[in-house]
Design a binder for this molecule. Structure first.
Ligand SMILES: Nc1nc2c(c(=O)[nH]1)N[C@H]1C(S)=C(S)[C@@H](COP(=O)(O)OP(=O)(O)OC[C@H]3O[C@@H](n4cnc5c(=O)[nH]c(N)nc54)[C@H](O)[C@@H]3O)O[C@H]1N2
Ligand SMILES: Nc1nc2c(c(=O)[nH]1)N[C@H]1C(S)=C(S)[C@@H](COP(=O)(O)OP(=O)(O)OC[C@H]3O[C@@H](n4cnc5c(=O)[nH]c(N)nc54)[C@H](O)[C@@H]3O)O[C@H]1N2
Ligand code: SF4
Ligand SMILES: [Mo]
Length: 748
């Protein structure tokens, strides 16, 4: 029998002792809300539905939204506590300017003056050094309307090629892999297809902590007899309940995927009809994986032969299946190859485009999906169009009422923009919804580059760690202070509803951008009155593209609990499951369900290559990084939510007892992790749930606790994603506690 959804309170009790309404101060004013606003959590890509309780222009709590189909009232600890951030004393309620002698290094500035000063600085830099001397860093926690506006702002108002977004650190390996194999970049299935799958394969995804609601889908599948296979260097919470755990050595997943495919071929566990009719490229791939015999695969991956054989057999013989992956296989200098390897396994099985037969990359940020569709990527235009394609440029230029020749050509990825700062090519920077100092690799380098800028303006609702290097900080809006759409993990476009107004001088982000355009004297195309008008333009700009939103309206979203794109016409119901036989798309024009002119999916040879930095005598341990359930990304938001901090107050180095014993490190000891880039000293957490050759540190902290002091700035050549998941380090018991140990926990 299917497992019943767990009620919100059970989730709270399951994950921690803190009841939902533990913010004592505001309890005094009572909890009777003036109104309830149906909306979604501001944090991860699951985008759980919830209702915010609003009293006197303040969010005071939440109620479950049981009817929203994806999470049916369930929330993880972050969703339960997310409402607490709005009232935090650090909330920016005015613009700030750098003032070295002021307490905290910043002083308030009138909003209009801040806009004028920012516009003047941008103007000055562009006059002296050209339009491309100003760059923009944007974010995938923004609504799709804002993400769209940022792409348009860079190309049409600033006329700079240099815009990129924080999804560069997140979704791009999956994006490139999906485009190469399927011609479209979206989860292929709704999550309901997980429940009926016979085998659920999870590679490099800590589902219980990072996509907590998906756990419920996996467990429902298990209740119905599904076999759950997890591939991870750590026995994650979900892995503790799985049927087969493959403890892969970090950076070796492509060898595993190739080895499984080799077994499928050897045992003829293939869907020959599907391969012949719906794909191209299988023969070359079959030839390439011949060398991936069981012994070789075991040797490279560090996984026992018997486990690989078992996984291949379950996968090979399944009638239905769902393969999911996340950053564990994507955050690599060969992240795209890993993704292609996973897709090869799916295509060879023929189990895609049907009920209970699915494939998906699990999105990360709130709008990890929608944020990568409508033009804030360095080479992209709305509708997942290509900035380099003349037809695509012509379509979008027409909607924007500009000449295609005036649109810049593609720029560079977010990390490369920092290298351009180093070379003096980028001198002015505007960032919104991005905290690169904490989240980019090799943060010592990033800090130096920020300080090299002539002018830096950040738009945020907190003075995040990067914004501390800014000349001006403009006070933006929290998710609940604005409305617009996002696309959640399944590709379902949903509506964020406004609950409260921004406080003080804070403004909705899109208004700030339009104020800048006006102050720059370039308001053409930036005179929207509300996000709905932006959405309506976005629909037209995306029309006929792969990510076609033309048929989506806010009303349709509200009526149907979301609409899955592509949705080309207003009477189109949307597309929950991609690649169904007989389905149409604008690229294949009826030739087949995949988004290529012949309608067929592509196999790609995905050769194995080791990580950029291998371990050696000097740096003998593998360093990998990721997340914990109660903290989110750079921690700007969750490190300010007391109950979440209590759950996981500071980062620790996860280390296996064997390695710990060898290094004479005990649980709780101060431990220094050193790479060729930098070092951090944190307490050790001795756990049996990690490979003995690997240590793990969550990356949600800044400064001396930042994992990214240690990581390597190697990038995938195609996707440009950084290799957060592998570098080589030395681990030793610290000679003395770190300086910060003596200090009070800083606010940041
Ligand atoms: N609580 C919480 N939830 C989040 C977020 C958050 O910050 N906190 N962030 C959101 C975002 S933006 C994202 S991108 C997602 C990320 O979601 P996930 O990708 O699930 O999270 P990570 O912890 O980055 O990495 C997942 C797993 O990869 C494993 N891993 C490391 N190296 C390898 C490898 O070489 N191969 C394999 N197979 N596995 C490896 C790690 O041990 C880890 O368990 O989570 C989203 N949800
Ligand atoms: N070592 C290591 N590093 C990693 C990763 C890892 O696994 N290991 N993961 C990477 C991944 S997957 C990701 S996604 C990145 C994330 O990296 P970042 O995007 O830098 O992290 P965030 O904390 O989301 O920073 C976003 C900032 O935007 C602000 N913000 C949020 N919503 C809004 C909004 O609506 N409007 C405005 N104006 N501001 C807003 C927040 O306050 C915060 O300051 O980190 C990457 N870095
Ligand atoms: S953080 Fe993600 S899983 Fe947790 S409540 Fe928010 S959207 Fe749902
Ligand atoms: Mo992410």
């Amino acid at each position: 029998m299917a497992q019943q959804p767990i009620a919100t309170l059970d989730i709270i009790q399951h994950f921690g002792p803190h009841l939902a309404y533990s913010d004592g101060a505001r309890l005094d004013r009572g909890l009777d809300p003036d109104r309830l606003v149906k909306t979604h959590c501001c944090f991860c890509g699951q985008q759980c539905g919830l209702q915010l309780k609003v009293k006197d222009n303040e969010v005071i709590g939440f109620e479950p939204w049981d009817e929203f189909p994806f999470n049916q009232g369930m929330l993880c600890p972050k969703g339960v506590k997310r409402y607490l951030q709005g009232a935090h004393p650090d909330r920016l309620v005015s613009a700030q300017e750098r003032a070295p002698h002021a307490p905290g290094g910043f002083a308030p500035l009138a909003y209009d003056a801040a806009i004028e000063r920012t516009a003047a600085a941008i103007h000055r830099i562009q006059q002296a050094h050209g339009n491309g001397a100003v760059g923009v860093l944007s974010g995938a926690s923004l609504t799709t309307e804002k993400a769209y506006l940022m792409g348009k702002f860079a190309r049409v108002c600033l006329k700079t090629p240099y815009i990129d977004y924080n999804g560069r650190l997140c979704m791009v390996s999956a994006g490139v892999g999906n485009k190469k194999a399927f011609g479209i970049d979206r989860a292929a299935n709704p999550w309901s297809d997980i429940i009926g799958a016979e085998v659920v394969w999870i590679s490099g995804a800590n589902i219980a902590e990072c996509a907590p609601i998906t756990t419920n889908y996996v467990w429902q599948a298990r209740e119905q007899g599904a076999k759950i296979i997890v591939v991870d260097p750590r026995i994650t919470p979900l892995a503790r309940t799985c049927d087969l755990f493959l403890p892969v050595k970090p950076g070796r997943d492509i060898a595993l995927f190739n080895g499984i495919l080799q077994q499928m071929i050897e045992h003829d566990w293939l869907d020959h009809a599907f391969i012949a009719e719906q794909t191209v490229g299988f023969d070359a791939l079959a030839e390439a994986v011949r060398e991936w015999t069981l012994p070789r695969t075991a040797e490279v991956t560090g996984i026992a032969e018997r486990l690989i054989r078992q996984a291949a057999e379950w996968w090979g013989l399944a009638k239905s299946s769902f393969l999911m992956h996340a950053r564990g296989i994507e955050h690599h200098s060969h992240g795209v190859q890993n993704v292609l390897g996973a897709i090869n396994m799916v295509l060879a099985s023929g189990r895609i485009g049907r009920k209970n037969c699915g494939y998906a990359t699990i999105t990360g940020q709130a709008n990890g999906q929608g944020g990568r569709e409508h033009g804030q990527k360095c080479d992209q235009l709305p509708g997942a169009r290509d900035l380099a394609n003349p037809e695509h440029r012509a379509h979008v230029a027409k909607v924007w009422d500009v000449s295609p020749d005036d649109l810049p050509q593609p720029g560079v990825d977010a990390y490369e923009m920092f290298r351009k700062i180093e070379r003096g090519e980028i001198r002015g920077l505007l960032s919104i919804c991005f905290n690169p100092l904490v989240s980019l690799p090799d943060s010592n380098y990033v800090a130096r580059m920020l300080d090299k800028l002539d002018f830096y303006v950040a738009i945020d609702f907190f003075l995040n760690d990067t914004a501390r290097h800014a000349d001006i900080v403009l006070p933006g809006s929290l998710q609940e202070e604005d409305e617009g759409v996002v696309a959640q993990v399944e590709g379902r476009v949903i509506k964020i509803n406004k609950a409260v107004d921004p406080p003080g001088d804070a403004r909705q982000d899109w208004k700030i951008i339009q104020d800048l355009a006006k102050a720059l004297g370039r308001p053409h195309g930036f005179t929207f009155h509300n996000p709905r008008e932006i959405f309506d333009e976005l629909r037209r700009a995306s029309q006929g593209g792969v990510a076609d939103y033309y048929g989506i309206t806010w009303e349709k979203i509200e009526q149907n609990y979301g609409v899955f794109w592509p949705c080309p016409t207003e009477d189109h119901p949307g597309t929950p499951r991609l690649f169904e036989r007989g389905s149409h798309n604008p690229i294949a024009n009826g030739a087949g369900p995949f988004y290529f002119p012949d309608g067929k999916a592509r196999f790609h040879v995905a050769p194995y290559s080791p990580p950029t930095e291998e371990t050696d005598a000097e740096y003998p341990v593998i360093f990998t990084t990721g997340r914990v359930v109660s903290q989110f990304l750079s921690g700007t938001q969750t490190r300010r939510i007391g109950p979440l901090v209590e759950q996981y107050p500071e980062p620790r180095v996860e280390i296996h007892p064997q390695l710990a014993a060898q290094l004479e490190i005990n649980d709780g000891d101060w431990t220094t992790v050193t790479s060729r880039r930098g070092e951090i000293t944190l307490r050790a957490q001795v756990v049996k749930t990690i490979r003995p050759d690997t240590v793990f540190v969550p990356y949600h902290w800044a400064g001396p606790k930042s994992a990214n002091r240690v990581t390597i700035a190697a990038q995938d050549p195609l996707s440009k994603i950084p290799e957060y998941k592998v570098c080589a380090v030395r681990v030793a018991k610290a000679a003395a506690p770190p300086d910060y140990a003596a200090q009070l926990e800083p606010q940041q």
